[in-house]
Design a protein around this ligand. Sequence first.
Ligand code: NIG
Ligand code: FE
Length: 406
Amino acid sequence: MKADLLIHNVRIATMERGRYGLINRGAIAISGSHITWVGEVAALPRVDARKTIPGRGQLVTPGLIDCHTHLVYGGNRIDEFEQRMGGATYEEIAERGGGILSTVRSTRRGSPEALAAQARPRMRALLSEGVTTVEIKTGYGLELEAEVRMLEAMAMLAEDHPVDIFRTFLAAHAIPPEYRKRPDEYVDLIIDTMLPHVAELPPELRPDAVDAYCEEIAFSIKQTRRIFEAAREHGFPLKIHAEQLSNLGGTALAARMGALSAAHLEYLDALDIPAMMRAGTVAVLLPCALYYLRETRRPPVDLLRRRAVPMAVATDANPGTSPCFSLLTAMNMACVLLGLTPEEALAGVTIHAARALGRADRIGSIETGKQADLVLWDVDTPAELSYYLGYVPKHSVVRRGVALTP
Ligand code: NIG
Ligand code: FE
């Protein structure tokens, strides 16, 4: 067997089917950007490898996937953090024109270059923890040109970082100030102008999915349904932010429309779950947002687990509810605050995160035929990845079959 890269003598958490799937003394062969063989060293056929990484028993996991971020934005919301720590609520601040709309004002002013420049340190922070795929949402432009500038900033980030970026179009993130009194006209604008335009963008800019924030302070069920129907007509997969502050039924709606994922879910109801099961909609848990908002409601993790709804874990990195750029921290909080096991947390940032992006056929586990995105960790057990807070175990990354120099 020929290979471009052979990783030898490592422990492998394959993460197939959401379990560790440990191979204790394993090897991985890679040709080009893909895995061509994985298994026990004892079963390894004779390999003619151009390059070998002689392992020392490190733990190899799939490259980590942050499947829900708002990494591209202008400005910051430190003033609101101070207000909230002084007792103001997220909704109060939003009603005063702060919150998402404050970031909209600073994002609208930014060129794609400026937005990319501001996002770079945040991207570096994510990548420094073994992340190889990042989803990023628009939604701080809320007008066509500014939304497209956000997509352009994402394309720039993809060019100068070793990362795959999944672009999600979230024009339905908030009602822009100029449409405050006539929200349905903004929905018309999304449907009649924005979606047809972004659907025709070249492949490096075209969104990979369409998202909406279904909530009292954002879009109603009816508005969300209209946007999703139009998005589907353009062939976009769907994602939703729902059940964060109240239960409007956005998750069930999205699931019935075949959505890839539904995020937040603190107010998810047991009755919403069967639709998720039928559609395979992934529950995306965002513990850092819940932490920052001091939310005491918890997503119904036990129910989701019992009904085998796949659970992903993400940072929700954004300037308001989650200025957190550490996926390992999100894993820790998913365990401590939400009750996931470390195995579920790791599945939540690998195979189930891949599923939330509709990419489980390509990434998220260590299997023959998958993209060779791997992290070699100096840890003893996979649970260690969820164990620390503020400490990143030493590691190195292989992305698309290429060993990155740290
Ligand atoms: O995922 N929930 C809506 N959107 C973001 C918050 C964005 C912001 O506050 O800027 C979230 O929490
Ligand atoms: Fe979000």
